[in-house]
Design a protein around this ligand. Sequence first.
Ligand SMILES: [Zn+2]
Length: 278
Amino acid sequence: MMLLAGCAPAPPTSTGRLRVVTTIGVLADWARQVGGDRVEVASLLSGNESPHTYEIKPADVKTVADARILFRVGLGMEEWLDPAIENSGNTTLAVVDAAAGITDIIRGDEHDRTGNPHIWLDPVLAKAGIANLVRELVRLDPKGESLYRAREATYLLRLDSLSAAIAAGFAGLSDKRLITYHDAWPYFARRFGLDIVATVEPIPGQEPSAKELARLVDLIRREHIRVITTEPQLPSALPEMLARETRVKVVVLDPLESEGGYVAALTRSAAAITAALR
Ligand SMILES: [Zn+2]
């Protein structure tokens, strides 16, 4: 870990814009949506890394040192970030958790005491995360309040439309069961009535044992499960093996995707699930 000694409080950018650093691209999109021209946004992860096991680089410490707001998911997902915050020497950094104040957090087993962090995949919970950011933007940049509030209102309407469109797409499906590779989609499933019957990886980054795989093969055959998801960031050998063994369909879904914006990315994911389950 590189130590950056003597960092002064983050100066404003040359354009006077508020510097926001986020952990994942989805949060960066939200920050740009509500912040407009008053913010300058950077994301630490570019999209191809696991947000559970990311390894911080010296350049990331510099990015954190220069930021005014750090917008992360929270719920312990970004534990790798804590040393970077400390080493940045940025004593005025405002850390905003998207998950702060969300009460209906899904909890898993003993490995998941803080709750499942993938709240951003539910567009309704997304609104709460965005509200957390807007509160901090307004506090640090009160002159921008009317702009932030107006942009937030516009974006929340888009999220309402997104929720309605996804719900409509799933409405006609008779079989809404699927297996996901890692436990990224429980909030999405809860919101839209999908049934995640199993998860391949018991803990993010940990491959299942041979015994667990055999149990999955059994489950797929016995219950006639038709869809299993995988992710571009994860090894695809296991889902492909399961597909060969059982003829389950493999659908590539990226929970981190923000290409073209969060709304477009979640629309594509929902369409991929719909196509596979139809
Ligand atoms: Zn995840």
